[in-house]
Design a protein around this ligand. Sequence first.
Ligand SMILES: Nc1ncnc2c1ncn2[C@@H]1O[C@H](COP(=O)(O)OP(=O)(O)OP(=O)(O)O)[C@@H](O)[C@H]1O
Ligand SMILES: [Mg+2]
Length: 209
Amino acid sequence: MILSAQNLKKSFEDRELFSEVSLCVSEGKKIAIVGPSGSGKTTLLNILGLLETPDEGILEIEGLKVHTNCHKIRNQKMGFVFQFHYLNSDLTVFENLELPRLIKGEPFSRQEALDLLKNVQLEEKIDTPTKFLSGGQKQRVAFARSLVNNPKILFADEPTGQLDQNLASEMMELFLKLPQAVVLVTHDRQFAAKMQERYELINHRLVAW
Ligand SMILES: Nc1ncnc2c1ncn2[C@@H]1O[C@H](COP(=O)(O)OP(=O)(O)OP(=O)(O)O)[C@@H](O)[C@H]1O
Ligand SMILES: [Mg+2]
């Protein structure tokens, strides 16, 4: 088991977002989470990815209990494709991809970058500052970047939000083909239906469908 969450609860200022949320993610498993806007999907993903703290509940990564701000675990085992891509717009595509590796203290080659960019058909943009890319291209760079440190588990928040139908389908196929476990938040139930496990965050609970 890569990740196990038991009985997570989160409130903001007395307003309960969700409680009794439990989720297990095994190697390579593809999981989708849908739910209305504001139901807490991003918050839940941030908690699972150790970026936010739950009010209650237990999180274990590979059998070990963890706490938020475990930078090392996050950097070594987890990859993120955020709802808003958070690329550094002045840096080139290559430099953006290189960042997570530099943080890890290891070198990153152009060939590695090209291999990752080939997957998302952006090889020719390797030296382009990301501010000159379209929203969809940025989203694909963010996808490539999430894989730079070869994580065990990938968290993706609306990764197809800015893509047209064709690119969105291609992106979903890329997620499904990954060897990594994936926890993906999407508004698109058709895409979610392709994943191995599907949940809905609704009425303050996470329910399987
Ligand atoms: N740091 C915070 N402080 C207070 N309230 C917050 C905070 N973060 C999120 N919220 C609130 O929690 C609720 C859930 O937010 P969240 O972003 O998790 O929803 P979501 O399901 O991802 O929505 P969407 O589908 O629109 O992205 C919202 O009402 C939001 O305003
Ligand atoms: Mg969200």
